[in-house]
Design a protein around this ligand. Structure first.
Ligand code: BEZ
Ligand code: FE
Length: 279
C-alpha cells in the first residue's frame, strides 16, 4: 500500500478499519472517514486551512473545563446537537417535543416543595410558572420529577457567575397527585451563548449572532414514561426565528403574561411519551 493519491487514500484508510470488533464503531468510523475525505476533496482544502482548523480545535480544547464546554457549543451552533435530538426523539402526535440539553444543567440541583421560589436570590422580575404533566392518553402523571434551570436577568446561569457558589434559578420539584406543578422564579430573558472563545470567533466570522430566545429548561422524569428534555420559549421574543442553536419548536412557545403587580405568569402543560415496553 504505497504511492497513495487523492483518489486511492480513502479506500486504504477504510481497509485499515476492517478488524474493528464492534460493528457499530466500524460503521461510524467508516462513515466518518468517508465524509471527512469527501469534505476535504469538495472544498479542495489547503494545508494552511487544515492547520487553521486544527488550531481552532486546539483552542476549543484549551478553553474547555468543568464549567465551560466549547465542544458542546460547537456542536450546538453547527446544528449537530439539534439534529441528533430530532433524530432520536420522534414521538407520537400530542407528546411534548424535545430540544437541546445545553451546557448549563447541573446534577444535584436543590429540591423544592411545589410553590417554592427556585430563583433563590437570582436577579430578575418575579414570575409564576405552572402547568400539568400528563401521559399521551390524558392521564395525569403524579410525582413526575421536574428538573428546571434558567438564566437570570443578565442572561447568565448561576454557574457562569464567578462569585456565586450555590444554586440559583434551578431546582427539582415533583408533580402532585393530579399531575400539577407550580413554582416561583424569575422572568426568562434572551441571552447570548458564551461567545468569548473560538466558537464566538467562528460565529463572528460567519456573520452570525450568538443569541438564544428567552426560555426555561425542563428535564422531566416519571416512572413508565420516556425522559423529556425540553424548553418552554417566550412567545414575544425577537430571536425565535434565529436561535443560535436551532432549538425552537412552535409547540414549545408559550405566552408570559404580565400581572397587575408587575410579576409574570406562564403556563405550560407537558405530555410524556410512554416508555418502551421491555421484552
Ligand atoms: C442553553 O440553552 O442553556 C444553551 C444551549 C446551547 C448552547 C448554549 C446554551
Ligand atoms: Fe438556556
Amino acid at each position: 500500500m504505497r504511492n497513495l493519491d487523492q483518489n486511492t487514500i480513502t479506500e486504504a484508510v477504510l481497509a485499515r478499519h476492517v478488524n474493528t470488533l464492534n460493528p457499530r464503531l466500524k460503521q461510524i468510523m467508516t462513515s466518518l472517514v468517508k465524509h471527512l475525505h469527501d469534505f476535504a476533496r469538495d472544498v479542495e482544502l489547503t494545508e494552511g486551512e487544515w492547520f487553521q482548523g486544527v488550531e481552532f480545535l486546539t483552542r476549543c480544547g484549551h478553553i474547555t473545563d468543568d464549567k465551560r464546554q466549547e465542544f458542546v457549543l460547537l456542536s450546538d451552533v453547527l446544528g449537530l446537537s439539534m439534529l441528533t435530538v430530532a433524530m432520536n426523539n420522534d414521538k407520537p402526535n400530542g407528546c411534548t417535543e424535545a430540544t437541546v440539553f445545553g451546557p448549563f444543567h447541573v446534577e444535584g440541583a436543590p429540591h423544592y416543595e411545589l410553590g417554592a421560589d427556585i430563583s433563590n436570590g437570582a436577579r430578575g422580575i418575579p414570575c409564576l410558572v405552572r402547568g400539568t404533566v400528563r401521559g399521551v392518553n390524558g392521564e395525569p402523571v403524579a410525582n413526575a420529577m421536574l428538573d428546571v434551570w434558567q438564566s437570570d436577568e443578565d442572561g447568565l446561569y448561576d454557574v457562569q457567575h464567578a462569585d456565586i457558589d450555590h444554586a440559583q434559578g434551578r431546582g427539582i420539584l415533583h408533580t402532585d397527585n393530579e399531575g400539577r406543578y407550580w413554582f416561583k422564579s424569575i422572568l426568562a430573558v434572551p441571552y447570548a451563548i458564551p461567545h468569548d472563545g473560538p466558537v464566538g470567533k467562528m460565529l463572528d466570522a460567519t456573520g452570525r449572532h450568538p443569541w438564544r430566545p428567552a426560555h426555561l429548561h425542563f428535564m422531566i422524569k416519571a416512572s413508565g414514561y420516556e425522559t423529556l428534555t425540553t424548553h418552554v420559549f417566550r412567545s414575544d421574543d425577537q430571536y425565535l426565528d434565529s436561535d443560535a442553536v436551532f432549538g425552537v419548536r412552535e409547540s414549545l412557545i408559550a405566552a408570559w403574561k404580565p400581572q397587575s403587580d408587575g410579576s409574570y405568569l406562564v403556563g405550560y402543560d407537558f405530555v410524556l411519551n410512554p416508555a418502551p415496553v421491555k421484552e
